[in-house]
Design a protein around this ligand. Structure first.
Ligand code: ZN
Length: 445
């Protein structure tokens, strides 16, 4: 172990790999359009597979097109250390979201090769299929199938806007593999990713030690009033659903403020009927997205919102019905791996802070069956899902250095880090026994 202390990746090679992949699907504004299972995605996959083979890895493709580049350890049957993310992008995506996690994993393998380091456990780099969910909903599908959140038939039947089915596209591109897409023992699952938010940059911090992924509730609130003429109906005789909708929307923001700084409330969609400028509406349907990293707090937020909806609607003689559309409990990462990430950043002299991911990642699914942790690095202006997405070669190398250190520690370890993991307890919403209907709604961009 001692000679590996302070070991770093080759940052030029990491950057060159990222830039080579960025050319596949490059957009005019400097971003990337490499949507899942398009020609561009195939070229990106082919390049990754070629590089993995050059690095001495064997390559396994599973039934949902996930790619695993495997560098065998001395004990090939010991659970492996997996690193990875995704190669697909949004339609107007950036050059770093996802691809960084895959290339950093490959860079770890290349660095170990440079030094001739043998490891006890095998090391794998995963590229998960259809993480973004922009061509085929839901997002994080490949990792979700492996975790047992979605079944294979459901995944194959997903259609894009033109009607192309995901299963057929996999076969067409030559990425419908033979390896069963299901859970298997992993010693650790690690994902390094750009933050996709402004916190690290604004606090001038190099490494985000990610402790989990926040939970979310999606609610639809339906306000029923009575349609009426905008001119001839006196104000006091109207049953206008806005009179309840406005204060209730304000309530959502107040709840987020009450649970600051971690709570989030977003009113992202509104349907109004009949939708006429000279008619008092009969019905409004407002979407409410509430998030918090702690399950009990998130539950209180939702309960407060529901009781306020009941109170305001009874006081105003307008019904406000709250329907729960989707719920994702918070994901807690493995406590031992979190400590390893923290310790590695400290040992490398990198500033760090603990944080919860605001966005969904494939790690959300690996955390359901393997000790999992994530490492964040800053991205310029917090911008992501945007062609202008940008990160510095130094910051990207720093994140990969931390990944390397954590992977090496996990690779050499005899101990199963999952002793303290929380993914096996209290996760009643997550098991493979969940209904398909619930599974279908699990798209979490
Ligand atoms: Zn991503």
């Amino acid at each position: 172990m001692a000679p590996l202390e302070g070991l770093r990746v080759n940052s030029e090679r990491l950057w060159a790999s990222l830039m080579a992949l960025a050319k596949i699907g490059a957009t005019a504004k400097g971003g990337c359009n490499r949507q899942a299972l398009t020609e561009e995605d195939r070229r990106g996959r082919d390049l990754f597979v070629a590089w993995a083979r050059d690095a001495g890895c064997s390559v396994r493709i599973d039934e949902i097109g996930n790619i695993f580049a495997v560098r065998s350890g001395d004990e090939p049957h010991a659970p492996a250390v997996l690193m990875g993310s995704h190669l697909d992008t949004q339609a107007m995506g950036g050059r770093f979201d996802g691809v960084y996690g895959v290339m950093a994993g490959l860079e770890v393998i290349r660095t170990l090769n440079d030094l001739g380091v043998r490891t006890r456990r095998s090391i794998e780099v995963a590229s998960w299929t259809n993480e973004e969910g922009c061509r085929f909903a839901p997002a994080m599908l490949g990792s979700g199938v492996v975790a047992g959140v979605y079944d294979l038939a459901f995944a194959y039947s997903r259609k894009d806007r033109a009607g192309a089915e995901l299963g057929q596209e996999l076969a067409r591109l030559g990425y419908l593999g033979p390896v069963p897409a299901r859970r298997r023992p992993l010693h650790a699952a690690l994902e390094v990713h750009i933050e996709q938010g402004p916190v690290l940059e604004e606090s001038n911090t190099k490494i985000g030690v990610v402790t989990g992924i926040q939970g979310a509730y999606w609610l639809d609130v339906t306000f029923e009033g009575v349609a009426a003429h905008a001119g001839s109906t006196p104000m006091e005789l109207r049953r206008d659903p806005w009179r309840v909708a406005c204060p209730l929307i304000e309530t959502a923001y107040e709840i987020a403020k009450a649970y600051a700084p971690w709570a989030r409330a977003t009113i992202g969609d509104l349907k109004i009927s009949p939708g006429s400028r000279n008619t008092v509406p009969e019905r409004l349907v407002v979407s409410v997205d509430l998030r918090h990293p702690r399950g009990d707090t998130l539950k209180s937020m939702v309960e407060q919102f529901q009781s306020e909806a009941a109170r305001i609607s009874s006081a105003n003689n307008i019904t406000a019905r709250v329907d729960e559309i989707w719920h994702m409990p918070p994901t807690d990462f493995d406590a031992h791996l979190i400590e390893l990430v923290d310790g590695a950043a400290q040992a490398l002299g990198l500033s760090r802070r603990r944080m919860v991911s605001g966005a969904g990642h494939d790690s959300l699914h690996t955390a359901q069956f393997a000790p999992t942790a994530m490492i964040f690095v800053p991205c310029a202006g917090g911008l992501s899902h945007n062609e202008g997405e940008s990160a510095s070669p130094e910051d990207l190398a720093a994140g990969a250095d931390v990944l390397l250190q954590v992977a090496v520690k996990a690779l050499m370890s005899e101990r199963q880090p999952g002793k303290s993991r929380s993914h096996s307890s209290g996760r009643l919403h997550h098991g493979p026994g969940r209904s398909q209907r619930e599974a279908r709604s699990r798209c979490f961009p």
